[in-house]
Design a protein around this ligand. Structure first.
Ligand code: ZN
Length: 586
């Protein structure tokens, strides 16, 4: 491709509203153009990179024995009613009504396709002999995103690979899951991504049944906890906390005292008002667990983890209590709950740190009032102590004696053992070897294809632009003739272009009649891995200048046989992005 024939609208300035490097660089390098908030047109360079990612994913799935299908984005609303997800999704599901002759038909744009594929399988699979089977598609998905941000990372419309495995036994499911897990590792490695596979909430099957693949990025919206020593990694929702060595501070116990705190209800307001640290506060949250109110106590600087609260309470579902329930249970408006003198006797679950807070501060179950000098045992009791909070940086690792570190990340993939949730709801059953009718056991496996591109750019760029690995780059080689009006330069460029193209190399030639400085700046910005400069002086000496995007130094190669030299390098680099992966050690 010649630059002048393509559409590559590069920009010098940071576009308005773009906050993070991947968003800024995708706009500046002319990969995408915004249509409206959260909706982008992929321009030629962006689409080529996206197609590369798609192809790596497709090859990885095919190699793992999965078969490709294509389901419609349009989904009859009835399927979401049958699975119950119409309520679970709420406004995230894009629903609408269309007219079909004299009928009105309700439908939705698929946010994922569990329902559609389970319905397919319910009709097409009836015997254990037809399994195991894993089917996948690469399709546009829709989820109404109320706050689109961060370019293509958070949009309402995105390209996703979703796969579904169908097995007759739990053992079979475990095998299908492991196959997908291994395929994901190969796919993301082939994309040149620095990723971590982390444990995630496992849902109905329990145990080791869900992993997220995370690209580590400072601007990532996800938080993962990671142990450098033993390799334990989990997302914040799931991360356990190891044994906490807690000691009660050796200070005299103060008397319990009620103090007025007018206008101070939040932890921040109270700590300011009473001049006490947040670690001194006993935060009291009222939840409703399976319809019954419970109190949850946490140190003021900690965040509750709903999954842990749910497990501690032995409940199927927990949610924050509404103000009416809080008033009923505590006798006070929101912000003044505390374990001392609750109006109703409800179970109190306390995080492990609570026992070791001496002379704590907590709500007094009366408006505008707090207690100081609160001590466990003397002033209140707990129904049970448990790990109820999100892990934080420096917490003990649950698997070894080391500490957990917090890392930010972008979720790029997810593997999940579904079990029989959908096959039960949509009657997908099969006859086993003993002619028994059983629900099919499912797994689901997603990859955000656009996110591969954004995560790569987020983690692989410098001040000048994108640094693509060869496997994802829109083009593999960029030819940069310095002076296109010079006949010898033009001839050499065109010859090199046709020889490389004939060798199957993807080449972009910058044939624009612009200053060399502009070309080099744009070359760094769009980040094509191998740049070849064709200059008048070099040509006279029979030389070309060649440089990998990530290398500090350019090297000179002979003009004679240059196409072969370059093609060999590219073909070698295609295999494992070897030079790209070693770039930081240069
Ligand atoms: Zn560890």
């Amino acid at each position: 491709m010649f630059w002048s024939r393509s559409l590559i609208p590069t920009m010098k300035e940071t576009p308005e509203g773009a906050e993070i490097p991947s968003h800024i660089l995708m706009l500046r390098a002319g990969l995408v153009s915004q249509v409206m908030a959260g909706a982008y047109t992929y321009l030629p360079l962006g689409l080529r990179a996206l197609k590369k990612a798609e192809q790596i994913v497709r090859r990885g799935m095919d190699a793992a024995g999965a078969v490709e299908v294509l389901m419609p984005a349009l989904t009859p609303i009835g399927l979401f009613e049958q699975s119950g997800r119409i309520h679970a999704f709420g406004d995230v599901l894009i629903k609408f009504e269309v007219k079909r002759q004299n009928r009105k038909v309700q439908m939705a744009l698929g946010p994922t396709h569990e329902e559609t594929i389970t319905d397919l399988v319910a009709h097409q699979i009836s015997s254990y002999r037809q399994m195991p089977i894993t089917m996948y598609q690469i399709q546009t998905k829709f989820r109404n995103e109320e706050r689109p941000r961060f370019g293509v990372l958070r949009t309402s419309e995105f390209l996703m690979k979703d796969a579904y495995s169908f097995d007759a036994t739990l053992d079979g499911l475990n095998k299908s899951y492991e196959t997908m897990y291994a395929a994901y590792r190969r796919i993301f490695a082939h994309c040149g991504l620095d990723y971590l596979a982390v444990e995630a909430e496992s849902g109905p099957i329990g145990g080791d049944a869900s992993h997220e693949f995370m690209a580590l990025a400072d601007n990532g919206e996800d938080t993962v906890l990671y142990c450098q020593d033993c390799g334990y990694a989990a997302n914040q929702e799931k991360a356990e906390i190891g044994c906490r060595d807690l000691v009660l501070p050796d200070v005299p116990k103060q008397p319990l005292q009620s103090v007025p705190t007018p206008g101070a209800a939040t932890i921040e307001q109270v700590t300011k008002f009473l001049k006490c640290p947040a670690q001194q506060m006993i935060k009291t949250l009222i939840y409703v667990a399976d319809g019954k109110p419970i109190a949850v106590l946490l140190r003021g600087d900690h965040e509750a983890n709903e999954g842990k609260v749910r497990r501690a309470a032995g409940a199927a579902k927990v949610e924050m209590a509404d103000p009416a329930v809080i008033l009923q249970v505590t006798g006070a408006p929101v912000g003044f709950a505390g374990p001392v003198g609750l109006k109703q006797p409800i179970p109190i679950y306390a995080d492990r740190e609570i026992e070791k807070i001496a002379n704590g501060v907590t709500g007094a179950n009366a408006a505008e009032t707090h207690f100081t000098g609160v001590n466990y045992g003397r002033d209140f009791q707990a129904t049970a102590f448990a790990d109820l909070r999100n892990a934080v940086d420096g917490d003990p690792c649950p698997r070894c004696s080391s500490k957990l570190a917090v890392r930010h990340a972008i979720e790029i993939g997810h593997v999940f053992k579904l079990g029989t949730k959908y096959s039960d709801a949509l009657s997908a059953r099969f006859l086993d070897q003993s002619e028994q009718l059983k629900p099919i056991i499912m797994g689901c496996y997603g990859i955000g294809v656009n996110r591969i591109i954004a995560a790569l750019i987020e983690t692989c760029h410098d001040d000048n632009g994108i640094i693509w690995p060869l496997t994802l780059a829109p083009y593999e080689v960029l030819l940069s003739p310095v002076k296109v009006t010079d006949p010898a330069t033009k001839e050499a460029t065109e010859r090199l272009y046709s020889e490389l193209t004939a060798a199957g190399i993807e080449v972009l030639a910058d044939d624009r009649d612009v200053r060399a400085g502009v070309k080099f700046k744009d070359a760094d910005l769009i980040g094509i891995p191998l740049r070849v400069v064709i200059g008048e002086r070099g040509l006279k000496e029979g030389k070309l200048e060649m440089k990998w995007r990530w290398a500090k130094q350019a090297e000179m190669i002979d003009l004679a046989g240059a196409a072969r030299t370059i093609a060999d390098l590219v073909i070698d680099e295609r295999k494992e992005n070897q030079r790209f992966r070693e770039r930081s050690h240069e």
